[in-house]
Design a protein around this ligand. Structure first.
Ligand code: FES
Length: 197
């Protein structure tokens, strides 16, 4: 599991766009007025989407004011969950599951590919600034391990060759087709159905 990287280069200001302010209002209304802090995850997620997939510290301060929460409480949430990025992640953000089932089936070979093609250390941008990668805990697709998530999509049943092809394609600014590298449908057996024929 990686330590959360906080960007050294921070914007001096953050505000939600008009469109996102309407969404913020909707999120806050889901909770009683004295429980509006419950909207914190939704607001952090909106901030991340608005800011090229990472959350600047100014956004954390801004959200703490919106929700009348101490800054440190919002900071704690933002640093706890791996879904929140606190430094720029590039257009293609690759999260590799390195929990036991994926690790046993070769997740370390996928991280080796990332080290070779993207950056030696996780959470650093590739030379062309298009990609970055990080290790994460179980992403819930253990049965199709090893796997990685790229932006919102899952790539499963990987090996070193397939992972290299996918990452090379991203570095060329092409998003490949997500899903199983073995063309499995969901988590069906590789050779097709064996029961309920
Ligand atoms: S262990 Fe990798 S997806 Fe669950």
């Amino acid at each position: 599991m990686s330590l959360k990287k906080i960007s050294n280069s921070q914007p001096s200001k953050f505000e939600f766009s008009k469109e996102n302010l309407l969404k913020v209002e909707k999120e806050i209304k889901k909770y009683p007025p004295d429980r509006k802090a419950s909207a914190v995850i939704a607001l952090l997620y909106l901030a991340q989407n608005q800011n090229n997939n990472w959350i600047p510290l100014e956004a954390i301060k801004y959200i703490s004011r919106l929700l009348s929460m101490p800054y440190i409480k919002v900071y704690e949430v933002a640093t706890f969950y791996s879904m929140f990025n606190l430094s720029p992640v590039g257009k293609y953000f690759i999260q590799i599951c390195t929990t036991s089932p994926c690790m046993i089936r070769g997740a370390n070979k996928i991280t080796d590919v990332c080290k070779k093609l993207i950056s030696k250390k996780q959470n650093e941008l590739s030379e062309n600034k298009l990609c970055s990668w990080t290790e994460v805990e179980c992403l819930g697709a253990c049965v199709n391990s090893p796997m990685m998530q790229i932006n919102q999509d899952y790539f499963e049943d990987l090996d070193q060759i397939k992972a290299s092809e996918i990452i090379q394609s991203l570095l060329n600014d092409n998003f490949p087709k997500p899903g199983s590298a073995k063309n499995r449908k969901s988590n069906a057996p590789e050779k097709g159905k064996t029961t309920l024929l």
